[in-house]
Design a protein around this ligand. Structure first.
Ligand SMILES: *[C@@H]1O[C@H](CO)[C@@H](O)[C@H](O)[C@H]1NC(C)=O
Ligand SMILES: *[C@@H]1O[C@H](CO)[C@@H](O)[C@H](O)[C@H]1NC(C)=O
Ligand SMILES: *[C@@H]1O[C@H](CO)[C@@H](O)[C@H](O)[C@H]1NC(C)=O
Ligand SMILES: *[C@@H]1O[C@H](CO)[C@@H](O)[C@H](O)[C@H]1NC(C)=O
Ligand SMILES: *[C@@H]1O[C@H](CO)[C@@H](O)[C@H](O)[C@H]1NC(C)=O
Ligand SMILES: *[C@@H]1O[C@H](CO)[C@@H](O)[C@H](O)[C@H]1NC(C)=O
Ligand SMILES: *[C@@H]1O[C@H](CO)[C@@H](O)[C@H](O)[C@H]1NC(C)=O
Ligand SMILES: *[C@@H]1O[C@H](CO)[C@@H](O)[C@H](O)[C@H]1NC(C)=O
Ligand SMILES: *[C@@H]1O[C@H](CO)[C@@H](O)[C@H](O)[C@H]1NC(C)=O
Ligand SMILES: *[C@@H]1O[C@H](CO)[C@@H](O)[C@H](O)[C@H]1NC(C)=O
Length: 744
């Protein structure tokens, strides 16, 4: 087994062979440096343009939503993939939202677009979703027409991905997380299917100037000046939106596309949440149906991720947090995002950074909500025409193809470059699996098991193929105990009229996305499949997670995004080539299926999971589950803006995920009856759990509610819903209640 060592400069290092695991550790420990890391009373049902009457409703439309929140405690979170980021409670539930579009005259032509509030799509999750839907609805929902798109948020529950590399910080595979995502997503599609009804679609766009910035502008500048001159910004500032109406022109929901990383909440947040896309969906849905509990709404707002690769929601820029150093408070160095030659102190700042990352999250969400509202208020272009879906598997290892200029090139088996370990200004390197430990013994027991299999030293063919990337992790050659990175990805396109959605397995940078959209649009028009109104959007990371996709020129710079472009410098052109070959299948007359590689093997059977189950819960002597330990104030009334806190004798929330339910309610007394007024999914409530004695099984939960302005005066109370596990016997539910309190 070969390993390699580097000097301290993670961005430009040459490497040399050496021969011990100790050296591997020292190298990784040095190299993997970590960055810290309206609700207006507007009735949106009558909001905006009403589609012209008399137009035949060409489509059948269905919209649904489901709860996909996995274990909210004792589980690593996904996105930053940072071992210490283990969840301790809940801010907002994660949801899958589904939109079904069928051609009314030929309903077997249909597509299902799923927007899941997770960090990335995954082959294993998608396989389970497709398998359940195809057996429940034979011939209706298929491997071809189901698209599993992620919001790319970084504050959700982790452990669900099938490949080994992203499992490292989660201590392997977490079946409860995967099961919750699959069950809630299938439920969302079932609900959408159940409310299929005739309707109309329309399409528009707007510009959101303050919703994102480029976090790797020095790589963007490597693109040809003539190409950059075609664009005003180094980011796509446009939101595109597909509006769903009933036949009378009343909106039932929408799907919007806007590129901004789900990294508003930092990697030191440990409350499960939906980051800015999940928050935007909540804010819009609460505006549409102010009285519905979150997740119990019928209006479905879709905030979908797009060519997200080099975007950041930290719109104030990246600054040095280096107390005592002369560069403290200054902007980070431009080329390498460093402070005093190190990356650790360089932090991106969101628009609410003076208050908190939660504040930044709400602001970035609201800017997307405002963009969607603007489009919903416009007179939009009606969408008409065929509904088509095409899907293929593509083995990206050594894929040979011809560039438009006639040169034959190939892609490479996956590998991560050194800058992957350096992370980004939004947080530490994803999968930063040896976080903060410089001893020879890792703190990560999962790593202890798999390190013997660590990524074989790259052979000359792989070195040449991945050039100029210096290889840190040669994951394409690591097959033990199972695949570390995907080699086979899902390639998929959905078409509805003139709208073509490229469902992509990676995070394309801004310019990569522009080249991709332009190439496919040109092909659609030149082949006569769609006219000059062809409108192409990118959605992803979807289906499989195949990391990043930069342009060839950005790849040469090898910032984080280039280092994470796992199939080498021809990755983008290979996707353009393959997606381009699928365009002919979007013709209404097209039949047959495209050339496809074999589906990737199911690895979940081999998955290692080191996460232990809940052993027991107990209440201290003289107490019982649900007893109040810290009560609300009963003496003086609360006011809007105050935070109410109650602490209870608790049990492990992993005992029952309470999907489609809640761990808490804020109850309001109305006409002598207590009514649930807030749930655990309202952003104003937070649920913090703490194991206080592991041996005896004691725990507490803090429930807080920050009272929104406009909250009606009167009596309220906080309820806690838990489930306890005895050492022997079955799990049983219990309830706790605070004293009554008054809002005046
Ligand atoms: C916005 O829509 C208009 C009209 O369809 C179109 O010309 C323009 O290209 C769109 N903008 C983007 C960024 O897609
Ligand atoms: C989380 O990290 C940010 C960025 O470094 C920092 O400003 C903030 O104080 C941290 N929050 C907590 C709770 O440590
Ligand atoms: C969900 O909405 C339905 C219909 O509006 C209502 O009957 C039901 O009580 C709601 N459920 C919850 C948990 O709010
Ligand atoms: C950073 O590196 C440069 C070039 O090696 C050196 O001149 C400079 O002194 C270093 N700065 C710090 C703060 O170490
Ligand atoms: C992908 O293609 C490479 C090169 O042809 C081959 O070695 C590899 O086995 C293929 N992988 C799969 C999963 O089919
Ligand atoms: C075609 O383009 C590639 C990538 O830019 C380049 O490496 C190659 O030299 C070009 N071939 C010709 C014949 O110009
Ligand atoms: C680990 O880091 C500490 C503090 O920087 C240092 O004193 C110690 O020598 C390091 N240990 C190893 C094994 O490198
Ligand atoms: C599809 O078939 C119809 C009737 O056979 C024909 O008129 C039309 O041109 C075809 N469309 C395309 C895009 O080939
Ligand atoms: C719960 O609230 C109490 C009182 O404010 C505080 O001391 C404690 O740290 C909180 N616990 C958690 C887990 O947030
Ligand atoms: C809370 O309010 C309810 C309804 O008015 C009342 O029945 C109950 O006794 C009150 N609880 C306490 C502890 O005062």
């Amino acid at each position: 087994m070969y390993i390699f060592e580097t000097t301290l400069d993670v961005d430009t290092v040459p490497f040399r062979l050496c021969d011990t695991l100790q050296a591997l550790y020292n190298m990784l420990n040095r190299a993997l440096v970590c960055l810290v890391a309206l609700v207006a009373s507007v009735n949106v049902f009558n909001f905006g343009a009403v589609a012209p009457y008399g137009v035949q409703a060409q489509y059948l439309l269905g919209l649904g939503i489901g709860d996909i929140t996995g274990p909210v405690v004792e589980t690593n979170m996904m996105g930053y993939a940072n071992l210490p980021q283990t969840d301790t409670g809940l801010h907002m539930r994660q949801r899958s939202r589904a939109w079904i579009i069928a051609d009314a005259s030929n309903p077997s032509n249909r597509v299902v677009f799923i927007n899941a509030d997770i960090a990335m799509g995954d082959t294993g999750i998608r396989r389970s979703i497709v398998s359940q839907l195809t057996s429940q609805f034979p011939g209706v929902y298929t491997n071809e027409n189901i698209a599993l798109v992620s919001t790319h948020q970084h504050s959700g529950v982790g452990g669900y991905l099938e490949d080994l590399l992203p499992q490292l910080t989660a201590l392997g595979y977490v079946k409860e997380t995967a099961d919750a995502i699959v069950a809630g997503t299938v439920l969302a599609v079932q609900r959408a299917h159940a409310n299929l009804a005739p309707g109309k679609l329309s399409l528009g766009n707007t510009t959101i100037v303050d919703g994102n910035i480029n976090r790797s502008p020095s790589a963007y500048l490597a693109n040809p000046a003539s190409e950059r001159a075609k664009y005003q910004y180094d980011q796509d500032k446009d939101m595109s939106l597909l509006r769903f109406d009933d036949p009378n022109g009343n909106a039932r929901g929408f799907l919007s596309f806007f590129a901004v990383h789900g990294t508003s909440l930092y990697e030191n947040n440990t409350l499960v949440s939906g980051d800015n896309k999940g928050m935007a969906a909540y804010l819009y849905e609460a505006m549409a149906e102010p009285n519905a509990m979150p997740g119990n709404n019928t209006f479905v707002a879709g905030f979908t991720q797009s060519n997200v690769g080099d975007t950041s929601p930290n719109t104030e820029g990246a600054f040095c947090e280096s107390p005592g150093q002369p560069w403290d408070g200054q902007a980070c160095e431009f080329e390498h995002s460093t402070c005093g030659n190190a990356t650790q102190d360089c932090h991106g700042r969101g628009p609410g950074f003076r208050i908190s990352d939660f504040e930044s999250n709400t602001i970035i969400a609201q800017r997307q909500v405002n963009g969607a509202k603007t489009i919903m208020g416009q007179s939009l272009a009606a969408v008409s025409g065929p509904v088509k879906a095409v899907h293929a598997y593509m083995n990206m290892s050594f894929r040979s193809f011809t560039l438009p200029n006639g040169t034959t090139v190939q892609t490479c088996p996956p590998a991560m470059g050194f800058s992957f370990a350096g992370g980004t200004t939004d947080g530490p390197g994803a999968f930063d699996f040896i976080q903060g430990d410089n001893s020879s013994n890792s703190q990560n027991p999962f790593w202890e098991i798999v390190k013997g299999a660590v990524t074989p030293f790259p052979n000359q063919q792989q070195i040449d193929c991945q050039f100029p990337k210096p290889i840190l992790l040669n994951t394409g050659y690591a097959h033990f105990p199972y695949e570390w990175s995907p080699s086979t990805v899902d390639v998929q396109i959905l078409r509805v009229g003139n709208l073509v959605m490229l469902i992509m397995p990676g995070e394309l940078t801004t310019m990569a996305g522009r080249r991709m959209r332009d190439a496919i649009r040109t092909k659609l028009i030149s082949q006569g499949i769609i006219g000059n109104d062809a409108y192409v959007v990118i959605a992803g990371p979807a289906n499989t997670y195949a990391h990043y996709v930069t342009t060839r020129e950005e790849y040469a710079v090898q910032r984080y995004e280039g280092a994470s472009t796992i199939f080498g410098q021809n990755t983008l052109d290979a996707y353009i080539d393959k997606y381009g070959s699928l365009v002919s299948f979007l013709s209404p007359n097209a039949s047959g299926t495209p050339q496809s590689d074999p589906a990737p093997a199911d690895q979940t059977g081999k998955a290692i999971s080191l996460r232990t189950g809940v052993v027991l819960d107990a209440a201290p002597i003289g107490k019982k589950f649900g007893d109040v330990l810290i009560d609300v104030s009963t003496t003086s009334p609360y006011h809007a803006g105050d935070t109410v806190l109650a602490q209870f004798v608790a049990a492990n929330p992993r005992n029952n995920l309470r999907l489609e339910g809640t761990f808490l309610t804020v109850d309001r007394l109305v006409n002598g009856n207590w009514q649930a007024f807030r749930s655990d999914s309202h952003p104003s409530t937070k649920f913090h759990w703490l194991r206080t004695n592991t041996v005896l099984g004691f725990s507490t939960v803090n429930i807080t509610w920050t009272i929104e302005s406009g909250t009606p005066a009167g009596p309220y109370r906080i309820s806690y819903f838990g489930d306890s596990k005895p050492l022997i016997g079955s799990i049983s539910p219990f309830t706790g209640q605070s004293s009554n309190f008054t809002i005046s």
